[in-house]
Design a binder for this molecule. Structure first.
Ligand SMILES: Cc1cc2nc3c(=O)[nH]c(=O)nc-3n(C[C@H](O)[C@H](O)[C@H](O)COP(=O)(O)O)c2cc1C
Length: 176
C-alpha cells in the first residue's frame, strides 16, 4: 500500500456536496424580458470549439427564459461581489428586475441578444446549443461566440463556491 490516508464512508449526497469548490457565475438571459441568476453548476465541455454548460432547476423563472432564448451570457464575478451574487441567487426575476435590484449593469451583448453583467471580470457570450435533463437540473450548453476579460484579470480575483460557502483562490502550485 503506497498511501497512508485514513478514510471514512460518506453518503452520496454528502460526497457530491464536498467536492472542491468551483467558479460561481452570474447567468444573464433574455432580450425584452431579461433576468440574471447565480449559477454554481457550470462546466467547460469542449475547447475546440469552446462549449460551456450551466445547470438550472426547472422551477426558476430564468428557466423559462433560457428555454425560449437563442442565447445567454455567463459572467464571472470578482471576490468583492458576494452580496450581489447572493442577491441574484435569492430573489426571483418574476417579481423584480434583478439588474436594478442587485445594483448590476446590463450591458448589451456584442454577438448575442442577451445582456452581459458590466461589473463582472469576465463576460462570455454563448449561442444556445442543445440541453438535457439529468435528475433535478437541466443542463444548457452554449457555444462561446464572444468574450471580454478585465485587462488585469488573474485567478486570485475570482470567487469560488460550494454548498453555501464562498472561497477564494490563494496560490498557484508548481509540480515538485
Ligand atoms: C451561490 C449560489 C449558487 C446557485 N447555483 C444555482 C445553480 O447552479 N442552478 C440553479 O438552478 N440555481 C442556483 N442557485 C439558485 C438561483 O440563483 C436562485 O434560485 C435565483 O433566485 C433564481 O432566480 P430566478 O427565479 O429569477 O430564475 C444558486 C444560488 C446561489 C446563491
Amino acid at each position: 500500500m503506497s498511501y497512508d490516508i485514513e478514510k471514512i464512508g460518506r453518503g452520496p449526497l454528502e460526497a457530491v456536496s464536498i467536492i472542491p469548490p468551483g467558479p460561481i457565475t452570474l447567468v444573464a438571459v433574455g432580450d425584452k424580458e431579461r433576468d440574471v441568476l447565480a449559477v454554481g453548476m457550470f462546466n467547460v465541455f469542449s475547447f475546440r470549439p469552446p462549449i460551456v454548460g450551466i445547470a438550472v432547476t426547472a422551477s426558476r423563472y430564468s428557466y423559462k427564459l433560457l428555454d425560449e432564448s437563442p442565447d445567454f451570457s455567463i459572467n464571472i464575478p470578482g471576490r468583492d461581489m458576494i452580496e450581489k451574487v447572493n442577491c441574484c441567487g435569492s430573489k426571483s426575476g418574476k417579481s423584480v428586475d434583478k439588474f436594478k435590484d442587485c445594483g448590476l449593469t446590463a450591458v448589451p451583448g456584442k454577438r448575442i441578444k442577451s445582456p452581459s453583467v458590466g461589473e463582472c471580470l469576465m463576460n462570455i457570450e454563448c449561442k444556445k446549443m442543445d440541453y438535457f435533463e439529468k435528475g433535478d437540473h437541466i443542463w444548457f450548453f452554449g457555444q462561446v461566440v464572444h468574450s471580454e476579460v478585465a485587462a488585469d484579470y488573474d485567478h486570485s480575483k475570482v470567487l469560488l463556491y460550494r454548498d453555501g460557502e464562498f472561497w477564494g483562490v490563494s496560490e498557484s502550485l508548481k509540480p515538485e
